[in-house]
Design a protein around this ligand. Sequence first.
Ligand SMILES: [Zn+2]
Ligand SMILES: [Zn+2]
Length: 175
Amino acid sequence: MIVNLSSVLSEPHQPLRVTVDWKDDEIVAFGGHFPLRGPFVTEIQVTYDGGHDVSVSGKGSFKAEIPCDRCLEPVEKEMFLDFQKKVTVSKDGGKGTEDSDEINYIEGYNFDVEQLICNELLVGWPMKILCSDNCRGICNVCGQNLNEGVCDCESTGLDPRMSVIQDVFKNFKEV
Ligand SMILES: [Zn+2]
Ligand SMILES: [Zn+2]
């Protein structure tokens, strides 16, 4: 959704309120597609600060399906958005006044609301996703989900420390 900011700058007393309705959608991040489980509503408010400065704030929550780090099963994760930013708007685009980060969601007076929300979601993206604290992951030989059952590889799988000992034996033989 593109919102034109020129009305905020010309009618300073009128904050701009935007409500974004998200249906089932997806987030593209870190080379993957993560389905969103909606619907969600995100409230964005743009307030005039004088000159060419505006404050952009937003609140909302999302549920995204992210694969478990160990077993890759999708985990539904709720993420919250709550941000406030100060932006200087000009014909050339937006510029952050507080932090020097590149602003990719304002071009001229056009404000790309979804882009900003995506940025904020990525900032708050969970570092670690586990379906449960004691997830057993998948077998790295056959790919069996070890939460659902064991496979035969487990008993024959070599402990890396064992292979070092095997190498020692091999060298010993060759001498
Ligand atoms: Zn898991
Ligand atoms: Zn296996």
